[in-house]
Design a protein around this ligand. Structure first.
Ligand SMILES: Nc1ncnc2c1ncn2[C@@H]1O[C@H](COP(=O)(O)OP(=O)(O)OP(=O)(O)O)[C@@H](O)[C@H]1O
Length: 270
């Protein structure tokens, strides 16, 4: 059974359609990334999933045992509020000190436990937020641009950590990121959102799809292909989206498929 099912979800705010006809499913153990341009509805979709926002239409079904750990895009901290990282980790639910220390160590943030929250750098704060989200051992970890502020090396370690978390907890991971080439390599499935779901599937196939290229350009495709190729040692990346690897949802693409079928029919006929 899926952890989470969204069926034809729409969100309208102040007369603006922010999400339209969004359907998706999430299962335990998978890492799924939502990509899309600025203002395409990614954070709204995450807020809907964590229950901070109600859909205007459609159906959202959560598994009875679903528990969500959420790492927000940003956290406003009052600089006058005295609050150490250790204290912050114990809110709102109490945890054993040993569990807090283990979570911070696992997020490479053990040296921050006595520091003031308001004095952390952006990258340090993200590590602490991730550690706190994992304390609850969620069945779904939701990350909204959680690698913001991390340098190149810390970002690579961050995604290795997410992969370990997925294995250890068996949870699903749903994340949003603009670091397309890095985040896509770390994902099992990519969902390309632009108010509605344009296409979804295996990262390399999505990056090679026409919908992706019309949103992000050829350069983004090549950056992803190069990165995947270099990291995996695979043979030459396939720039032609395979029909198995990517599900598209745009009308022009249906026309393209039709043309493809016609071409194949011609080839067979010839
Ligand atoms: N309460 C609201 N009322 C009206 N419009 C809103 C509201 N909340 C968000 N929007 C609009 O919805 C659109 C999607 O916003 P959202 O923050 O979900 O996008 P995003 O894909 O996460 O963007 P970014 O990549 O820039 O973080 C934006 O145009 C935003 O201005």
């Amino acid at each position: 059974m899926s952890l989470l099912t969204l069926d034809a979800i729409g969100v309208v705010r102040n007369g603006n359609v922010i999400l339209d006809d969004v359907s998706l499913e999430l299962s335990r153990g998978e890492i799924v990334t939502i990509v899309g341009p600025n203002g395409s509805g990614k954070s709204t979709l995450l807020r809907l999933i964590i229950g901070a926002l109600a859909p205007s239409c459609g159906r959202l079904v959560r598994d009875n045992h679903l528990s969500i750990g959420y790492v927000p895009q940003r956290l406003q901290i009052d600089p006058t509020l005295p609050m150490t990282v250790g204290r912050f980790m114990a809110l709102p639910n109490r945890h054993r000190q040993s569990d807090i220390e283990a979570a911070l160590t696992s997020a490479d943030a053990s040296d921050l436990i006595k520091r003031q929250l308001s004095a952390l750098s952006g990258g340090q704060l993200q590590k602490v937020l991730l550690a706190r989200a994992l304390l609850e051992r969620p069945s779904l970890l939701v990350l909204d641009e959680a690698n913001q502020g991390l340098d190149h090396r810390a970002t690579a370690e961050f995604y290795r950590h997410i992969d370990r978390v997925r294995t250890e907890l068996g949870c699903a991971v749903l994340m949003v990121s603009h670091e397309l080439h890095v985040v896509m390599k770390a994902s099992d499935r990519v969902i390309c959102l632009n108010t509605t779901v344009c296409c979804q599937g295996h990262p390399e196939h999505v990056a090679a799809s026409p919908e992706w290229q019309s949103l992000f350009g050829i350069e983004a495709r090549d950056a992803v292909a190069f990165y995947c190729h270099r990291e995996s040692g695979h043979a030459e990346p396939d720039h032609n989206a395979s029909e198995q690897g990517v599900q598209r949802h745009a009308e022009p693409e249906q026309n393209a498929r039709q043309t493809l079928r016609e071409k194949r029919a011609c080839r067979h006929a010839g």
